[in-house]
Design a protein around this ligand. Structure first.
Ligand code: IMP
Ligand code: MG
Length: 177
């Protein structure tokens, strides 16, 4: 698929500005504390990298991998844990789960429950995007960059069949508009 078929929904500049704002807010909320960011692979790797560099606190980054979509464009509803964090990296820590997008809410519900078992001192959620209309669970996103309409979006870490994660902006494929 060629890149000309992609329309920009949120520009790279808007994203950078908003992520910096979120970083400032988190820095204020956690002033004087250390933060453990749990990056949800694969989609949140770009957001995590930018967010981590916008936060003015000591940070540790851990990585967890789940999958729910496979190669489809609609959530299967089933969350699989593919790679776990080491429990001792979470226990007693101020943890922020970093997600690319909250869609049905299945993934974040699973992650909150899963990481709670490792007894963090606190557990919050930062998500780059929220598709509010698609939510099937009551979930709290403590730090949200943008709300989006229920379209299949790509770029800034989000993929279609593994591609387009490297786009610096958020786009929609013309065929899905
Ligand atoms: P949820 O479990 O339904 O909330 O879905 C969350 C996961 O589905 C995200 O972490 C993404 O990996 C994937 N996802 C949901 N919507 C999109 C989209 O529009 N584009 C790409 N991936 C998506
Ligand atoms: Mg995905």
């Amino acid at each position: 698929m060629k890149q000309e078929n992609i329309t920009t929904l949120i520009s790279a500049e808007e994203i950078q500005k908003r992520v910096e704002e979120l970083g400032k807010k988190i820095s204020q909320d956690y002033a004087g504390k250390e933060i453990t960011l749990v990056c949800t692979l694969k989609g949140a790797f770009v957001f995590t990298a930018d967010l981590a560099r916008s936060i003015d606190c000591l940070i540790q980054c851990e990585f967890i991998r789940i999958s729910s979509y496979g190669d489809a464009t609609e959530s299967s509803g089933k969350v699989n844990l593919k790679l776990d964090v080491a429990p001792e990296t979470i226990e007693g820590k101020d943890v922020i789960i970093v997600e690319d997008i909250v869609d049905t809410g299945n993934s974040i519900k699973f992650l909150r429950e899963h990481l709670s078992r490792y007894q963090p001192a606190s557990l919050k959620v930062a998500s780059f995007l929220l598709k509010e209309e698609a939510l099937q669970h009551k979930v709290t996103v403590d730090y949200l960059a943008f709300k989006v309409d229920p379209l299949f979006v790509i770029g800034y870490g989000l993929d279609y069949q593994g591609y387009y994660r490297d786009l610096p902006y958020l786009g929609v494929m013309a065929s899905s508009e």
